[in-house]
Design a binder for this molecule. Structure first.
Ligand code: SF4
Length: 364
């Protein structure tokens, strides 16, 4: 689902604000804090290609959307997603702004795609996720929020069925890339009550912070006092050298606590790393840390038709154009390839740098 319209209580972050009700307020203060944004840009490009496919205006490999090149892999995923959507009956709605007014007036977002089968009294809801983090369909707050919003928009009764599907082509699961949650509008009532309660507190004067696995993608994780405290507590506990024999029960409990502490530390660290990247990019000095760039992807700067006109059949493979490196290997003229291709800077990575030499030099 695309919540790029910056709702205060976006359905896409419902799993977070249901647990930590202060997160919308804190995230609003730090809207830009999330790494270099390349994963989000890739997701946006994949959604754009999916919409074009569903509207029967397919995108060609090599086309660019907001700086992201549409690859063959992405288009394979888009085709699979579109065929799942097409296999469901009903009237389709694409990119539709829906307000979950039965939850709270501030909860709204843009649903990528849903279909309404009036005869079978069924809503089919589709969520295309192009990221690598696995997401469950059953009990998913984002899906529940969208389904409640659609039910409100179309005045659907509690007997209406809801078939929600999450399609994650880049997450390997033995059962395949599609997960499904079957419920009814009436069956979503407990979720509506929980979401409404959370939304009321989140928009109130004193929302509470609660640390947990939902901190992982919180934009406020670098400034969050609660997460900081929980991370420091975990470090303190790890440094405690008092010997202690654990019972089997205690062993299990402590391992569960440490797994949670590890997740909290990872969330805090990734927030600090995003902050450090932003500071270094502004030219500030973050002691012991610097930025390195990976070798970037080489890509064509011309449209597929121009590339084929220039090199002929040599660059065609299965209705698509091969990469510049493959074209060189296939015998294309090196200078001609260089004229219509470029290597973009690779993704930036935060690295620890050795400050010992610099400190020694200043000490002399
Ligand atoms: S980092 Fe975690 S505890 Fe802090 S505001 Fe975000 S979700 Fe809440």
């Amino acid at each position: 689902m695309s919540d790029n319209d910056h709702a205060f209580l976006a359905p896409s972050s419902a799993a977070r604000w249901v647990k930590c009700r202060a997160s919308p307020m804190l995230e609003q203060q730090y809207p830009e804090m999330d790494g270099d944004g390349s994963a989000a840009a890739e997701g946006t490009a994949a959604h754009w290609a999916a919409l074009r496919e569903l509207q029967m205006r397919p995108v060609d490999p090599g086309e660019v959307h907001e700086g992201v090149v549409i690859t063959l892999d992405m288009l394979d995923a888009v085709h699979d997603y579109a065929s799942i959507v097409r296999s469901a009956p009903g009237v389709p709605f694409y990119e539709t702004r829906v307000h979950a007014v039965t939850v709270h007036p501030d909860v709204w977002g843009t649903a990528d795609c849903f279909k309404v089968d009036y005869e079978a009294q069924t809503v089919y809801l589709f969520d295309f996720k192009y990221g690598h983090s696995p997401v469950e369909a059953f009990g998913n707050y984002q899906l529940a929020t969208y389904a409640l919003a659609i039910a409100g928009l179309l005045a659907l009764g509690p007997e209406w069925k809801v078939v929600a599907r999450i399609f994650q082509p880049r997450v390997y699961r033995p059962e395949g890339p599609t997960l499904r949650w079957d419920t009814t509008v009436g069956g979503l009532e407990p979720y509506r009550a929980e979401l409404a309660d959370a939304a009321t507190e989140a928009t109130g004067n004193n929302p509470s912070t609660v640390v947990g696995s939902h901190c992982k993608h919180c934009k406020a994780r670098h400034i969050c006092k609660a997460l900081r405290q929980s991370s420091l507590d975990a470090v303190d506990q790890a440094n405690d050298s008092t010997p202690m024999e654990l019972t089997d029960h205690g062993l299990g409990v402590e391992m569960s606590l440490l797994v949670q502490a590890q997740r909290n530390l990872e969330a805090r660290l990734s927030g600090l790393q995003a902050q450090a990247m932003a500071n270094i990019r502004e030219g500030r000095d973050v002691l012991g840390w610097g930025i390195e760039h990976n070798a970037g992807r080489e890509e064509w700067t011309a449209k597929p038709a121009e590339i084929i006109a220039k090199f002929g059949k040599i660059v065609e493979k299965e209705m698509a154009v091969i990469t510049p490196a493959q074209a060189r290997k296939a015998g294309a003229d090196l200078n001609a390839v260089a004229e219509i291709s470029q290597r973009k800077p690779g993704s930036a990575k935060l690295v620890q740098i050795d400050t010992t030499k610099a400190r020694k030099a200043f000490a002399q």
